[in-house]
Design a binder for this molecule. Structure first.
Ligand SMILES: Cc1cc2nc3c(=O)[nH]c(=O)nc-3n(C[C@H](O)[C@H](O)[C@H](O)COP(=O)(O)OP(=O)(O)OC[C@H]3O[C@@H](n4cnc5c(N)ncnc54)[C@H](O)[C@@H]3O)c2cc1C
Length: 436
């Protein structure tokens, strides 16, 4: 049973924070969400493009994303959820090769024996429902052993290198398993944008008596007398009965006061990359694929996502929206470059993908970046995932960096949100006060 008059602070208004707040509010708890940015949604936040909204970073769902699908329906948005087969391909030696399972068998860049090994390897991962058998193995070792060295060199090494940079040789096999096992051929999208999901959550939280405050930077988290939690926000101090913190672990350990040294050394750990996206609005299509992974060296972006080959361009006033995406260390110069500098660098590469491309096709352009976006899931990663209960009584931690062996995904954030909300509800205040 929920304790009466409980007030829970939720730090961060992304998928996790809003879903946790919604769950808590449904249990009759008074919630206050504190979000640093001016809009909610976190990494899945959107920006206006004409009369509609588009995600700052490309987003879609897989059939295995059941928790978010159920939430979308619960919030009355089920009729906007569409599933489509979207074409995926790789750019290899300047040519676009479709990568759907049947086409793999005819992939000319590999000899027949390697194509077979590639298909068998993928099929095996698709059939394995338990990742534990891959624990302790490196992805690049497994790929080379089972799919072959040539397949690794031509298909996988360029992708691993551009996604994980200097860390690519340390990536864990369970992570690679999740990339194959959990993916579906048809992809889901909330027609009109995932923005609608976050607005719906926001409205439900408010309707249930909760508060969502944007433009609120959390600066300090510490224990207060009586098992309460003190949070410093925009320079002012507030107290809560409990706190659900959805900020990245690295940020939590920086803001939390009084964490024991062994907690810090174990969990303030690991590498991550930021996300960087240039978005173009073109007046015509660039390719006929939705997702184009760039295997060719030297490109300044690692993936090209053509939203117009997934959702109707009429939804966006006829704009062919194209994401040019990267995961990069936060020290990379792209994070400091202006939009026009980035365009000068990137746009000539589009002509390598479609020789007819001309700069006059670009009608609008935007740049978005996020510092904590891509955890680097190495072999020892799982030993450094913090538990939801933290050494500060009443403070519960749940974030994207605890999603394992996946590295992220709205679905997993929502799943984690429900788990941590239930945990926060079941810890009686008396116990927390004693622990304090
Ligand atoms: C390039 C890219 C592509 C992706 N593609 C997909 C996809 O196709 N499908 C999919 O499902 N998922 C995708 N994701 C992942 C998905 O966006 C995330 O898993 C999910 O949005 C994470 O939500 P979260 O609430 O856990 O974290 P976040 O979204 O990071 O939320 C944390 C929140 O905390 C706020 N915050 C940070 N510091 C403070 C502070 N000091 N005080 C207060 N607030 C603070 C942040 O502003 C943010 O709103 C993608 C992510 C990226 C970067």
């Amino acid at each position: 049973m929920t304790e009466p008059n409980l007030h829970i602070g939720v730090l961060g208004g992304g998928a996790l924070g809003l879903s946790a707040a919604y769950r808590l509010a449904r249990h009759g708890v008074r919630v206050t969400v504190l979000e640093k940015e001016d809009v909610v949604g976190g990494l899945a936040a959107s920006f206006p493009v004409g009369n509609v909204y588009l995600e700052k970073f490309y987003h879609h769902l897989f059939r295995s994303d059941r928790v978010i699908t159920a939430l979308i329906r619960e919030l009355g948005l089920g009729d906007r959820l569409v599933w489509r087969k979207a074409r995926t391909a790789n750019l290899i030696n300047g040519r676009i090769y479709p990568m759907d399972p049947l086409r793999l068998l005819t992939l000319p860049v590999l000899p027949v024996s390697d194509r077979l090994r590639l298909c068998l390897g993928m099929a095996y991962l698709k059939l394995c429902s338990d990742y534990h058998r891959f624990e302790g193995q490196l992805a690049i070792d497994w790929i080379q052993r089972w799919m072959g060295k040539r397949t690794y060199e031509v298909i996988w090494r360029p992708l691993f290198e551009s996604k994980f940079g200097e860390h690519y040789t340390r990536v864990a096999m369970p992570w690679f398993w999740s990339r194959v096992y959990c993916r579906s051929l048809s992809l889901g999208y909330l027609r009109g944008g995932f923005h609608q999901l976050y607005v719906a959550l926001l409205e439900r939280i408010k309707a249930l008596g909760g508060t969502v405050r944007t433009g609120q930077t959390v600066e300090r988290i510490e224990a207060a007398p009586g098992g309460r939690v003190r949070v410093t926000v925009n320079g002012a101090v507030e107290e809560f009965d409990r706190v659900v913190c959805t900020l990245p672990t690295r940020l939590f350990t920086r803001l939390a006061v009084g964490l024991p040294p062994d907690y810090r050394s174990r969990y303030d750990w690991g590498d991550y990359h930021g996300a960087h996206c240039v978005i173009l609005a073109l007046d015509r299509p660039l390719t006929d694929v939705y997702w184009l992974s760039i295997n060719d060296p030297g490109f300044p972006f690692l993936v090209l996502v053509e939203h117009g080959n997934f959702m109707p361009v009429e939804d966006y006033g006829g704009r062919w929206l194209v994401y040019l995406g990267n995961y990069l260390p936060n020290t990379d110069r792209r994070f400091r470059m202006t939009r026009d500098e980035l365009l000068d660098w990137y746009l000539p590469y589009l002509a390598r993908i479609n020789p007819a491309f001309n700069r006059s096709w670009v009608k609008e352009a935007w740049v978005f970046q996020a510092p904590f976006a891509q955890p680097i899931v190495t072999v020892d990663y799982h030993a450094h995932i913090p538990p939801h209960e933290t050494p500060i009584p009443g403070v519960f931690l749940a974030n994207m960096f605890q999603v394992y062996p996946q590295d992220r995904g709205q679905n997993y954030s929502i799943e984690l949100a429900y788990r941590v909300a239930d945990l926060a509800l079941t810890r009686p205040t008396a116990v927390l006060a004693k622990a304090g």
